[in-house]
Ligand binder design. Structure first.
Ligand code: AMP
Length: 278
């Protein structure tokens, strides 16, 4: 039986009696197989699995992106029940950010490039809401997708710096058969854009293939990604990056673990994806 709670108080009461360890999967809903994979991993590790469903207004940098973000709570609750989730926390905005709320968690260097540069304020919104969720749930572990690789790094930094005991577990990106990473935003793609969108994965594969073949010039790898993207007229490239795997600083040479990543627009829909190198 999946219990649904909506207030901090109900959540605390439900957790007081819950068997440990607790695994938390934070989501913004519109659950897909990527979320299901996180839930499955949490269930395997935990005696109690908690899923939060909250479209966090503070992490959107464009108002229309927030208002048109897909929502279907009935469907999401059915997915959670199907996956054997014990507890769903589905609060309203005022429950998470009550009147008088006035704190922002602002993570430093790792939050600045890439998504941080493209979406100013985004990671402050993410880190703030995740800090609240970590405080409320006090889970042993929390599960995040490698699909949002920089987000995982930002949350790890936040949890370490704020001495939060929840361990951050990163799970592999789940993809469609044609390589497109599952994302709630894929629902906004027109049929032509959906057909074009696997170009992100093909570009990352081009970088990976060259890296596996011994290419160590980061610019050559970025060029290889741009060349694949340039062949897709619907793809408007926002950034293409080959960055240090620990700091996300752009690289000249790929000597250690690195992250190839990109952000591409198709009409008004913005997609991101990444591929670790090493
Ligand atoms: P969201 O609901 O989009 O905020 O995502 C909630 C969690 O699911 C985040 O940790 C995401 O990184 C993760 N996630 C989203 N898409 C995928 C995917 N295709 N594969 C694995 N994890 C994902």
């Amino acid at each position: 039986m999946t219990a649904v709670v909506r207030t901090r108080e109900e959540l605390r009461a439900a957790l007081a009696a819950a068997p440990r360890p607790v695994g938390l999967v934070p989501t913004m809903g519109w659950l897909h197989d990527g979320h299901r994979a996180l839930i499955g991993r949490a269930r395997a590790d935990s005696a109690t699995t908690v899923v939060s469903i909250f479209v966090n207004p503070r992490q959107f940098t464009v108002a229309s992106d927030y208002t048109r973000y897909p929502r279907d709570e009935g469907r999401d609750l059915a997915v959670c029940a199907d996956e054997g989730v014990d507890l769903v926390f589905a609060p309203g905005v005022d429950e998470v950010f009550p009147a008088g709320f006035d704190t922002t968690v602002d993570v430093g260097a790792v939050a600045r490039p890439l998504e941080g540069a493209a979406r100013p304020g985004h990671f402050a919104g993410v880190a703030t809401v995740v800090a609240i969720l970590f405080g409320l749930v006090a889970a042993e572990r929390a599960y995040f997708g490698q699909k949002d690789a920089q987000q995982v790094m930002v949350i790890r930094q936040m949890a370490r710096d704020l001495a939060i005991g929840t361990r951050v577990v990163a799970c592999p990106t789940v993809r469609e058969p044609d390589g497109l990473a599952l994302s709630s935003r894929n629902v906004h793609l027109s049929p032509a854009e959906r057909a074009a969108a696997p170009v992100l994965h093909r570009a990352l594969e081009a970088a990976r293939t060259r890296w596996e073949g011994g290419e160590r010039s980061a610019e050559a790898l970025r060029r290889a990604m741009r060349a694949v993207l340039a062949a897709e007229p619907l793809a408007e490239v926002e950034y293409v990056s080959v960055a240090d795997g620990a700091t996300l600083a752009e690289l000249d040479r790929v000597e250690g673990p690195a992250l190839a990543s990109l952000a591409v627009r198709f009409g008004s829909t913005r997609l991101i994806d990444n591929q670790p190198l090493g």
